[in-house]
Design a binder for this molecule. Structure first.
Ligand code: NAD
Ligand code: TYD
Length: 353
């Protein structure tokens, strides 16, 4: 089996669902179930013996040792993280704990487990670390895209702690020979994304008749990838990636935030027209994020050249699917928008003029 951490979050759960749709190999899903973890996302697997869910914290060394010893995975795929930049600005401590200390703890437990494996299993074992393009910092409008050799220059507590985890993963390969792989992916969107992130937040607010809060001038650029394409890239890297290598994952979809919000409004205007006017009328400009990175953009040529991976969705097809998914699954969105979520909205948006 494979062990997935953070498999109740947005990308981890999409990965688990996609994996089990295409493979007989079971998954041990280890997740702390923070505010971002939601078992409702995995309810279609309730009676599926191939999915074993364990609530545990990756910072808990004894729990990680016991799970590895009991389930004997052939690979660890590490998605678990604190993942939201705005939250990292309000409360960086959880990010240091999970992203740095948690990754370190998981690496140590994995190293002990891996070192004791019989030689053939040791050779075949993989530790795949799921990371972000935000570790490379911010680009100007004319800079070339991030490649695998772009120097690290993280700017937020989120990206700094992800960079720290990437360095630890690299060091465990260099020092101990642990068979690691790292992916650095651009912004994901798609089903089951927590509505604190741009795209699901804008869809939820639009449908609720609330303001659509665009930070600063709305001209910041992100490079968007449909989550299913990120999952297919991870499967390729796991199967055929070269040990110790890093792979940038992106969809060649650079968009300004305002363009994204306009496109969402236009899709909603068609799918669920308002009684009068357009969803665009709800757009409001609010105080910018401190240290807001201007532009992210991924050069994904290495992954295409070496492993033949290409995204299946364009931004247009992926976004249309995503909007339809949120329209069809409002019960899921209502369920995750719990008391804790309302508190976060108050914390993040109340002081933004
Ligand atoms: P998410 O916040 O939706 O989910 C994170 C999951 O990790 C949740 O289920 C949470 O309960 C779990 N978790 C948090 N702390 C934990 C701990 N200490 N022990 C065990 N489980 C814990 O995040 P996501 O958007 O699905 O991101 C998954 C990974 O992909 C992260 O490592 C993130 O840095 C990376 N990534 C995300 C994006 C993106 O656009 N969302 C892009 C590139 C890379
Ligand atoms: P986000 O989804 O938080 O991802 P990240 O910061 O990791 O790229 O934000 C994407 C972009 O959208 C980012 O430039 C910040 C902006 N944004 C807004 O303009 N308004 C919002 O309410 C949010 C959550 C984000």
């Amino acid at each position: 089996m494979i062990l997935v951490t953070g498999g109740a979050g947005f990308i981890g759960a999409n990965f688990v669902l996609d994996w089990l749709a295409g493979s007989a190999e079971p998954i041990l899903n280890v997740d702390k179930l923070t505010y971002a973890g939601n078992l409702g996302t995995l309810k279609s697997l309730k009676d599926d013996a191939r999915h074993v869910f364990v609530r545990a914290d990756i910072c808990d060394r004894a729990a990680m040792d016991a799970l590895l010893a009991q389930h004997k995975p052939r690979a660890v795929l590490h998605f678990a993280a604190e993942s939201h930049v705005d939250r990292s600005i309000h409360g960086p401590a959880d990010f240091v704990q999970t992203n740095v200390v948690g990754t370190f703890t998981l690496l140590e437990a994995t190293r002990m487990y891996w070192s004791a494996l019989p030689e053939a299993e040791k050779q075949a074992f993989r530790f795949l670390h799921v990371s972000t393009d935000e570790v490379f910092g911010s680009l100007s409008a004319t800079d070339p895209q991030f490649s695998e050799t772009t120097p690290y220059a993280p700017n937020s507590p989120y990206s700094a702690t992800k960079a720290g985890s990437d360095h630890l993963v690299r060091a465990y390969h260099h020092t101990y020979g642990l068979p690691v792989l790292t992916t650095n992916c651009s912004n994901n969107y798609g089903p089951y994304q927590f509505p604190e992130k741009l795209i699901p937040l804008m869809i939820a607010n639009a449908l609720a008749g609330k303001p659509l809060p665009v930070y600063g001038d709305g001209q910041n650029v992100r490079d968007w990838l449909y989550v299913g394409d990120h999952c297919s890239a991870i499967r390729e890297v796991l199967a055929r990636g070269a040990l110790g290598e890093t792979y940038n994952v992106g969809g060649w979809n650079e968009k300004k935030n305002l363009e994204v919000v306009h496109t969402l409004c236009d899709l909603l205007d068609r799918a669920k027209p308002k009684s009068s006017g357009s969803y665009r009328d709800q757009i409001t400009y609010v105080t910018d994020r401190p240290g807001h990175d201007r532009r992210y953009a991924i050069d994904a040529r290495k992954l295409e050249r070496e492993l033949g991976w290409k995204p299946a969705e364009t931004f247009e097809t992926g976004l249309a699917k995503t909007v339809q998914w949120y329209l069809d699954n409002q019960a899921w969105a209502d369920e995750v928008a719990s008391g804790e979520y309302r508190k976060w909205v108050e914390t993040n948006y109340a002081q933004r003029a």
